[in-house]
Design a protein. Structure first.
Length: 272
Protein backbone atom coordinates (compact mmCIF):
# COMPACT_ATOMS: atom_id res chain seq x y z
CA UNK A 1 0.00 0.00 0.00
CA UNK A 2 2.94 2.38 0.70
CA UNK A 3 4.15 1.91 -2.89
CA UNK A 4 0.70 2.75 -4.24
CA UNK A 5 0.35 5.99 -2.28
CA UNK A 6 3.92 6.89 -3.17
CA UNK A 7 3.24 6.36 -6.88
CA UNK A 8 0.09 8.50 -6.76
CA UNK A 9 1.98 11.20 -4.89
CA UNK A 10 4.76 11.25 -7.49
CA UNK A 11 2.26 11.35 -10.35
CA UNK A 12 0.31 14.21 -8.81
CA UNK A 13 3.49 16.14 -8.01
CA UNK A 14 4.81 15.62 -11.50
CA UNK A 15 1.55 16.80 -13.03
CA UNK A 16 1.72 20.01 -10.94
CA UNK A 17 5.28 20.86 -11.99
CA UNK A 18 5.08 19.79 -15.62
CA UNK A 19 3.23 21.69 -18.33
CA UNK A 20 1.88 18.50 -19.94
CA UNK A 21 -0.36 16.71 -17.41
CA UNK A 22 -0.37 12.92 -17.35
CA UNK A 23 -3.77 11.55 -18.51
CA UNK A 24 -6.05 10.16 -15.87
CA UNK A 25 -6.50 7.06 -18.00
CA UNK A 26 -2.84 6.13 -17.43
CA UNK A 27 -3.43 6.44 -13.69
CA UNK A 28 -6.36 4.05 -14.08
CA UNK A 29 -4.15 1.56 -15.91
CA UNK A 30 -1.62 1.83 -13.10
CA UNK A 31 -4.35 1.02 -10.61
CA UNK A 32 -5.22 -2.12 -12.59
CA UNK A 33 -1.62 -3.26 -12.57
CA UNK A 34 -1.48 -2.80 -8.82
CA UNK A 35 -4.76 -4.65 -8.23
CA UNK A 36 -3.26 -8.19 -8.32
CA UNK A 37 -0.97 -7.19 -5.44
CA UNK A 38 -4.03 -6.29 -3.40
CA UNK A 39 -5.69 -9.62 -4.30
CA UNK A 40 -2.60 -11.52 -3.24
CA UNK A 41 -2.70 -9.63 0.02
CA UNK A 42 -6.38 -10.57 0.32
CA UNK A 43 -5.48 -14.26 -0.14
CA UNK A 44 -3.26 -14.01 2.94
CA UNK A 45 -6.25 -12.56 4.78
CA UNK A 46 -8.22 -15.68 3.76
CA UNK A 47 -5.75 -17.91 5.58
CA UNK A 48 -6.05 -15.68 8.66
CA UNK A 49 -9.85 -15.83 8.47
CA UNK A 50 -9.78 -19.62 8.20
CA UNK A 51 -7.72 -19.81 11.37
CA UNK A 52 -10.14 -17.55 13.22
CA UNK A 53 -12.64 -19.50 15.36
CA UNK A 54 -15.26 -16.74 15.01
CA UNK A 55 -16.20 -17.69 11.41
CA UNK A 56 -18.91 -20.41 11.39
CA UNK A 57 -18.33 -23.44 9.19
CA UNK A 58 -20.18 -23.35 5.87
CA UNK A 59 -21.37 -26.89 5.12
CA UNK A 60 -23.66 -28.10 2.32
CA UNK A 61 -25.69 -31.19 3.30
CA UNK A 62 -27.54 -33.51 0.93
CA UNK A 63 -29.39 -36.82 1.26
CA UNK A 64 -30.90 -39.37 -1.15
CA UNK A 65 -33.31 -42.03 0.17
CA UNK A 66 -35.10 -44.93 -1.54
CA UNK A 67 -37.32 -47.50 0.19
CA UNK A 68 -40.38 -49.72 -0.26
CA UNK A 69 -43.70 -49.11 1.51
CA UNK A 70 -47.03 -50.91 1.86
CA UNK A 71 -49.12 -47.75 1.56
CA UNK A 72 -48.05 -44.77 -0.55
CA UNK A 73 -50.65 -42.41 0.90
CA UNK A 74 -49.76 -43.13 4.54
CA UNK A 75 -46.05 -42.72 3.79
CA UNK A 76 -46.64 -39.40 2.04
CA UNK A 77 -48.74 -38.13 4.98
CA UNK A 78 -45.96 -39.10 7.39
CA UNK A 79 -43.42 -37.22 5.24
CA UNK A 80 -45.69 -34.16 5.18
CA UNK A 81 -45.84 -34.24 8.99
CA UNK A 82 -42.02 -34.28 9.12
CA UNK A 83 -41.91 -31.42 6.59
CA UNK A 84 -44.20 -29.24 8.71
CA UNK A 85 -42.34 -30.07 11.95
CA UNK A 86 -38.94 -29.13 10.44
CA UNK A 87 -40.10 -26.06 8.45
CA UNK A 88 -39.17 -27.70 5.14
CA UNK A 89 -40.83 -27.36 1.74
CA UNK A 90 -41.46 -29.60 -1.27
CA UNK A 91 -39.53 -28.41 -4.31
CA UNK A 92 -40.56 -31.19 -6.69
CA UNK A 93 -43.24 -33.93 -6.53
CA UNK A 94 -43.71 -36.62 -9.20
CA UNK A 95 -45.34 -40.05 -9.30
CA UNK A 96 -45.76 -42.85 -11.83
CA UNK A 97 -46.05 -46.57 -12.48
CA UNK A 98 -43.52 -49.12 -13.69
CA UNK A 99 -44.10 -52.75 -14.72
CA UNK A 100 -44.15 -54.10 -11.16
CA UNK A 101 -44.49 -51.05 -8.86
CA UNK A 102 -46.11 -47.66 -8.24
CA UNK A 103 -43.69 -44.94 -7.10
CA UNK A 104 -43.50 -41.35 -5.91
CA UNK A 105 -40.45 -39.06 -5.92
CA UNK A 106 -40.04 -35.97 -3.72
CA UNK A 107 -37.35 -33.30 -3.67
CA UNK A 108 -37.43 -31.42 -0.36
CA UNK A 109 -35.59 -28.33 0.85
CA UNK A 110 -35.04 -28.28 4.60
CA UNK A 111 -33.20 -25.74 6.79
CA UNK A 112 -29.70 -27.05 7.45
CA UNK A 113 -30.13 -26.89 11.22
CA UNK A 114 -33.12 -29.28 10.89
CA UNK A 115 -31.46 -31.66 8.41
CA UNK A 116 -30.61 -34.45 10.89
CA UNK A 117 -33.98 -34.18 12.63
CA UNK A 118 -35.83 -34.45 9.31
CA UNK A 119 -33.85 -37.47 8.07
CA UNK A 120 -34.38 -39.24 11.41
CA UNK A 121 -38.13 -38.57 11.26
CA UNK A 122 -38.33 -40.11 7.77
CA UNK A 123 -36.21 -43.12 8.78
CA UNK A 124 -38.39 -44.14 11.74
CA UNK A 125 -41.12 -45.84 9.70
CA UNK A 126 -38.78 -47.60 7.25
CA UNK A 127 -37.75 -51.22 7.81
CA UNK A 128 -34.76 -50.96 5.44
CA UNK A 129 -33.41 -48.59 2.78
CA UNK A 130 -32.45 -49.70 -0.71
CA UNK A 131 -30.46 -46.47 -0.87
CA UNK A 132 -29.52 -44.02 1.87
CA UNK A 133 -26.77 -41.61 0.82
CA UNK A 134 -25.94 -38.69 3.11
CA UNK A 135 -23.15 -36.28 2.16
CA UNK A 136 -21.70 -33.04 3.51
CA UNK A 137 -19.34 -30.61 1.79
CA UNK A 138 -17.34 -27.99 3.66
CA UNK A 139 -17.25 -24.82 1.56
CA UNK A 140 -15.94 -22.44 4.23
CA UNK A 141 -12.73 -21.70 2.35
CA UNK A 142 -14.63 -21.06 -0.89
CA UNK A 143 -17.05 -18.76 0.96
CA UNK A 144 -14.23 -16.71 2.55
CA UNK A 145 -12.38 -16.54 -0.77
CA UNK A 146 -15.44 -15.12 -2.55
CA UNK A 147 -16.07 -12.64 0.27
CA UNK A 148 -12.47 -11.40 0.26
CA UNK A 149 -12.29 -11.05 -3.51
CA UNK A 150 -15.61 -9.21 -3.52
CA UNK A 151 -14.29 -6.79 -0.90
CA UNK A 152 -11.14 -6.21 -2.99
CA UNK A 153 -13.17 -5.48 -6.14
CA UNK A 154 -15.35 -2.99 -4.27
CA UNK A 155 -12.28 -1.15 -2.98
CA UNK A 156 -10.89 -1.05 -6.52
CA UNK A 157 -14.19 0.38 -7.74
CA UNK A 158 -14.03 3.14 -5.10
CA UNK A 159 -10.48 4.01 -6.22
CA UNK A 160 -11.61 4.38 -9.84
CA UNK A 161 -14.54 6.55 -8.77
CA UNK A 162 -12.12 8.87 -6.99
CA UNK A 163 -9.97 9.06 -10.12
CA UNK A 164 -13.07 9.74 -12.21
CA UNK A 165 -13.86 12.84 -10.14
CA UNK A 166 -10.45 14.29 -11.03
CA UNK A 167 -10.67 13.54 -14.76
CA UNK A 168 -11.20 16.49 -17.10
CA UNK A 169 -10.89 15.13 -20.63
CA UNK A 170 -13.68 13.17 -22.31
CA UNK A 171 -11.27 10.44 -23.42
CA UNK A 172 -10.09 10.02 -19.82
CA UNK A 173 -13.66 9.86 -18.52
CA UNK A 174 -14.69 7.27 -21.11
CA UNK A 175 -11.66 5.10 -20.38
CA UNK A 176 -12.20 5.19 -16.61
CA UNK A 177 -15.94 4.51 -16.97
CA UNK A 178 -15.09 1.50 -19.13
CA UNK A 179 -12.87 0.13 -16.39
CA UNK A 180 -15.53 0.80 -13.74
CA UNK A 181 -18.13 -1.04 -15.84
CA UNK A 182 -15.88 -4.11 -16.13
CA UNK A 183 -15.24 -4.11 -12.38
CA UNK A 184 -18.96 -3.84 -11.61
CA UNK A 185 -19.67 -6.87 -13.84
CA UNK A 186 -17.12 -8.86 -11.85
CA UNK A 187 -18.68 -7.65 -8.58
CA UNK A 188 -22.18 -8.71 -9.71
CA UNK A 189 -20.88 -12.13 -10.82
CA UNK A 190 -19.19 -12.75 -7.46
CA UNK A 191 -22.28 -11.52 -5.60
CA UNK A 192 -24.37 -14.07 -7.55
CA UNK A 193 -21.93 -16.87 -6.70
CA UNK A 194 -21.96 -15.87 -3.05
CA UNK A 195 -25.78 -15.80 -2.87
CA UNK A 196 -26.00 -19.23 -4.52
CA UNK A 197 -23.47 -20.64 -2.06
CA UNK A 198 -25.30 -19.11 0.90
CA UNK A 199 -28.59 -20.58 -0.36
CA UNK A 200 -27.16 -24.10 -0.56
CA UNK A 201 -25.63 -23.76 2.89
CA UNK A 202 -28.83 -22.37 4.45
CA UNK A 203 -31.10 -25.10 3.03
CA UNK A 204 -30.23 -28.76 2.49
CA UNK A 205 -31.66 -30.92 -0.31
CA UNK A 206 -33.28 -34.27 0.47
CA UNK A 207 -34.47 -36.57 -2.35
CA UNK A 208 -36.95 -39.27 -1.32
CA UNK A 209 -38.13 -42.10 -3.59
CA UNK A 210 -40.66 -44.57 -2.18
CA UNK A 211 -42.66 -47.23 -4.01
CA UNK A 212 -45.19 -50.04 -3.60
CA UNK A 213 -44.79 -53.36 -5.39
CA UNK A 214 -47.79 -54.57 -7.40
CA UNK A 215 -49.03 -58.06 -6.41
CA UNK A 216 -47.66 -60.75 -8.74
CA UNK A 217 -51.03 -62.59 -9.04
CA UNK A 218 -52.77 -59.47 -10.24
CA UNK A 219 -50.05 -58.95 -12.76
CA UNK A 220 -50.37 -62.58 -14.04
CA UNK A 221 -54.15 -62.35 -14.39
CA UNK A 222 -53.96 -59.09 -16.20
CA UNK A 223 -51.17 -60.32 -18.43
CA UNK A 224 -52.98 -63.64 -19.28
CA UNK A 225 -56.27 -61.91 -20.15
CA UNK A 226 -54.46 -59.39 -22.27
CA UNK A 227 -52.58 -62.12 -24.14
CA UNK A 228 -55.81 -64.11 -24.75
CA UNK A 229 -57.63 -61.10 -26.16
CA UNK A 230 -54.61 -60.26 -28.32
CA UNK A 231 -54.58 -63.85 -29.68
CA UNK A 232 -58.29 -63.69 -30.59
CA UNK A 233 -57.81 -60.40 -32.38
CA UNK A 234 -54.75 -61.71 -34.18
CA UNK A 235 -56.64 -64.85 -35.38
CA UNK A 236 -59.57 -62.77 -36.64
CA UNK A 237 -57.27 -60.46 -38.59
CA UNK A 238 -55.37 -63.43 -40.04
CA UNK A 239 -58.63 -65.05 -41.24
CA UNK A 240 -59.76 -61.77 -42.77
CA UNK A 241 -56.48 -61.39 -44.62
CA UNK A 242 -56.73 -64.97 -45.91
CA UNK A 243 -60.25 -64.41 -47.29
CA UNK A 244 -59.22 -61.14 -48.87
CA UNK A 245 -56.25 -62.81 -50.53
CA UNK A 246 -58.53 -65.52 -51.98
CA UNK A 247 -60.92 -62.93 -53.37
CA UNK A 248 -58.05 -61.08 -54.97
CA UNK A 249 -57.13 -64.28 -56.90
CA UNK A 250 -60.61 -64.75 -58.51
CA UNK A 251 -59.41 -64.37 -62.17
CA UNK A 252 -56.94 -67.23 -61.74
CA UNK A 253 -59.58 -69.38 -60.04
CA UNK A 254 -62.04 -68.87 -62.93
CA UNK A 255 -59.33 -69.64 -65.49
CA UNK A 256 -58.38 -72.80 -63.60
CA UNK A 257 -62.02 -73.95 -63.51
CA UNK A 258 -62.47 -73.33 -67.25
CA UNK A 259 -59.32 -75.29 -68.10
CA UNK A 260 -60.36 -78.13 -65.82
CA UNK A 261 -63.78 -78.25 -67.54
CA UNK A 262 -62.34 -78.52 -71.06
CA UNK A 263 -59.73 -81.07 -70.07
CA UNK A 264 -62.37 -83.24 -68.42
CA UNK A 265 -64.69 -82.92 -71.44
CA UNK A 266 -61.91 -83.97 -73.79
CA UNK A 267 -61.14 -87.06 -71.75
CA UNK A 268 -64.80 -88.05 -71.89
CA UNK A 269 -64.81 -87.88 -75.74
CA UNK A 270 -61.76 -90.12 -75.96
CA UNK A 271 -63.44 -92.74 -73.82
CA UNK A 272 -66.50 -92.74 -76.08
Amino acid sequence: MKYIFFLFFVLLSFSGCSKNEEPMAEMAVSAIKLAPKNESAASSDIQADLASPQIPQKIIKEASLRFETDNLEDTFNRIQTAIAANKASIQNDSEGKDYDNIYRNLTIRVPSQNFDSFVNAISKGVSYFERKDISSQNVTEQYIDLTSRLKTKRKLEERYLQILQKATKISEILEIEKQISAIREEIEAKEGQLKYLESRVAESTVTIEFYKTIAQKEGVKTSYGSKLWTAIQSGFFSLSEFLISIVSLWPFIILFCVLAYFIRKRFKRKKI
